[in-house]
Design a binder for this molecule. Structure first.
Ligand SMILES: Cc1cc2nc3c(=O)[nH]c(=O)nc-3n(C[C@H](O)[C@H](O)[C@H](O)COP(=O)(O)OP(=O)(O)OC[C@H]3O[C@@H](n4cnc5c(N)ncnc54)[C@H](O)[C@@H]3O)c2cc1C
Length: 252
């Protein structure tokens, strides 16, 4: 947004980019980092140098509060920055705490932050030395389903490259009512396309699913019927589990 504004308004405005880190990381590339197809450095951008070149002010202190009545932002070190116009794009907080056992500090890996993806890459190498079943998916309350599909297909491709795919049953577990819904009622023919991609690659699925608990080597899932009532319980073995979690509001 800062780059676009600089291009739009030229030198007519003072633009400051306020971040909580000197490094921007490009979230959509995390799935590649998670299987070691890219290194974190490949998807990170050091902002101070670029901002200097574009004559955009830069501060990595981080925002603590927005004070709209005062047209000001309180920074993490207590300083205040005033503005005429404010664009907020902090991204979400990751709501791992909504489900038992979910998240990189518990029993599942994550691809939603580059640091998580880096940790996932280490766990992936470890897993590939002693493979077993995998569960990948998106929990109830998730709003971003695409990366779960992408990761299932990436994992499948990487296992094939390593010639160990036959040792790894993959199950896709999602809260979507059908494969390819994507939280959007489907996009074009995604129902057919993604079901077909999964069938071709021997990826099984459970839809309308609620993740009850992620354990160290399994996941407990309730499949819900069209009437919203529990229909079937699944306990799926999994030695490597990735679920897209819900997104919560930024703490700032
Ligand atoms: C694994 C994955 C794959 C995805 N793939 C795609 C894809 O292929 N195509 C697509 O269109 N979308 C994709 N998405 C969605 C896309 O990544 C997000 O929609 C997009 O990153 C949101 O951009 P943003 O600028 O709002 O937030 P972010 O990209 O999260 O950036 C937020 C920035 O705000 C900073 N920040 C946070 N808190 C503060 C604070 N308090 N003070 C100052 N700075 C702060 C952060 O450091 C960060 O730099 C994917 C998402 C995931 C999780």
């Amino acid at each position: 947004m800062a780059y676009e504004l600089r291009a739009l308004v030229g030198r007519k405005a003072n633009i400051t980019l306020l971040s909580d880190s000197e490094w921007f990381h490009f979230v959509p590339s995390n799935p590649w980092v998670a299987v070691n197809w890219r290194k974190p450095e490949d998807i990170k951008v050091h902002l101070p140098k670029i901002c200097k070149k574009l004559k955009i002010g830069f501060d990595a202190t981080g925002a603590k509060h927005v004070l709209p009545g005062e047209n000001a932002i309180e920074l993490n070190d207590g300083r205040r920055l005033t503005y005429d116009y404010l664009v907020i794009a902090t991204g979400p907080a990751l709501a791992f705490d909504e489900i038992d056992g979910l998240g990189p500090e518990r029993n599942t890996v994550s691809i939603c932050h580059v640091d998580h993806a880096k940790e996932t890459a280490e766990k992936w190498e470890h897993f590939c030395k002693n493979p077993g079943p995998i569960v990948i998916g998106a929990v109830q309350g998730a709003s971003c389903f695409g990366p779960a599909y992408e990761f299932a297909l990436i994992v499948n491709a990487d296992l094939r490259k390593r010639k160990i795919r036959d040792r790894v049953p993959i199950t896709f577990v999602t809260s979507e009512p059908y494969i390819g819904h994507l939280g959007l009622g489907g996009v074009g023919d995604t129902k057919g396309v993604l079901e077909s991609a999964f069938r071709d690659r021997d990826i099984k699925w459970v839809t309308n699913a609620k993740l009850d608990r992620a354990n160290a080597e399994s996941v407990d899932v309730t499949e819900v019927g069209e009437d919203g009532q529990p229909k079937r319980q699944h306990s799926l073995p999994s030695k490597f589990t990735m679920f897209i979690q819900g997104f919560a509001e930024s703490p700032a």
